[in-house]
Ligand binder design. Structure first.
Ligand SMILES: *Cc1c(COP(=O)(O)O)cnc(C)c1O
Length: 346
């Protein structure tokens, strides 16, 4: 049982449904390291096909998808160009510098959706004084910027700029399927612009664990090797991959419901005195809002709404909060969340 009936702190807070648990219970399994687990193989085939790539690899976390991709693309002394709000900059314990020993050169875009000119401005001249520009990363949707969805034309522009300078390209698609459902652009259409990409299973798709990395056959052979080295190779992993197979078949279209709930929540919050939220910017399942105008501090607000069974998370700015909708938010969850916020600031 969940302690927070309306847990909007993250879409990682989903629990496997009864039907997903059935799929897990009856999964066909084998030794994944020998590539003999039929359910892992099935999940990898499904994801490769979905993303229009030659090959895919099931990994324990999205963080490991980023880590291994950075590691393959970069070597010590290289530099990764990405936005300052992105996950590897903030939430991976300095992963790129620890593992790939690459530096990060951050673009500070208000939306996380940067331009070809931004990329051009970060590419270093070839000179032994400078880090070697190696990789451009895109995050779609942009987590800390309210789940913004990258327009496909913007993706084409920035990846063209990367290729023009001989840089590799990587897509952090933790919420790529949210972008797909919100925009109508297919996963393959997004992924074709990148050398590597991945989707998270444990966010809005509702699985307990896992991410799937996609790319060329050659890239994936290297990824298999680093999966072993970093300790991510598993055995009868079909038990958890079964949740992913189930989710890709059943939990993608329904993301539209989460997006509708996020929009309704943003509209409701915008109507509350002292709360600032850019309703038009809510394009998927994330709402970022600011409570500076309410006169109460964030901790007090968070504590008060929790009394009503409602949970949000704090963002990096001290007056910013984040609400993320997902498949375990009940039908009346938005109303309950709004009532809790009104009560907390009254
Ligand atoms: C959650 C997330 C990750 C990391 O995924 P985990 O499965 O939690 O390791 C990476 N990038 C973004 C944008 C995320 O939201």
């Amino acid at each position: 049982m969940t302690i927070y009936p309306v847990d909007l702190s993250s879409d990682t807070q989903t629990r496997p449904s009864a039907a997903m648990r059935q799929a897990i219970a009856y999964a066909d399994v084998g030794d994944e390291q020998k590539r003999e687990d039929p359910t892992v193989n099935r999940l990898q085939e499904m994801t490769a096909q979905l993303c229009g790539k030659e090959a895919a690899l099931f990994l324990p976390t999205g963080t490991m998808c980023n880590l291994i991709a950075h590691f393959i693309h970069c070597r010590a002394g290289d530099e990764i160009i990405l936005d300052a709000s992105y996950h590897p900059v903030n939430f991976e314990g300095a992963g790129p510098s620890v593992h790939a020993r690459a530096a990060m050169n951050c673009i500070d875009s208000p939306t996380g959706i940067f331009t070809a000119a931004d990329v051009e401005s970060r590419v270093r001249p070839k000179d032994p004084h400078f880090p070697t520009s190696r990789l451009v990363c895109v995050e779609n949707t942009v987590n800390l910027r309210g789940g913004r969805v990258w327009p496909i034309a913007a993706i084409r522009d920035v990846t063209d700029a990367a290729r023009k300078h001989g840089l590799a390209t990587h897509l952090d698609g933790a919420r790529l399927m949210n972008a797909v459902v919100a925009s109508g652009v297919s996963a393959a259409e997004y992924c074709k612009h990148f050398d590597s990409a991945w989707i998270d299973l444990s966010k809005g798709l509702g699985c307990p664990v896992g991410g799937v990395l996609v790319g060329s056959e050659e890239f994936m052979e290297q990824a298999w090797r680093w999966k072993h080295t970093f300790g991510g190779a598993m055995r009868q992993a079909g038990i958890i991959a079964a949740a992913g197979v189930y989710a890709l078949a059943n939990n993608v279209e329904r993301l539209a419901e989460d997006h509708a709930k996020a929009k309704a929540l943003a509209e409701g919050l915008a109507a509350i005195d002292g709360i600032a939220v850019d309703v038009a910017s809510v394009e998927s399942n994330i709402v970022v809002f600011d409570i500076a105008g309410t006169g109460i501090d964030r901790k007090t607000l968070l504590d008060r709404v929790i009394q009503q069974g409602v949970r949000f998370s704090g963002l990096i700015q001290p007056t910013e909060l984040r609400a993320v909708t997902h498949l375990d938010i009940p039908a009346d969850g938005v109303e309950r969340a709004l009532a809790a916020v009104r009560g907390a600031i009254a």
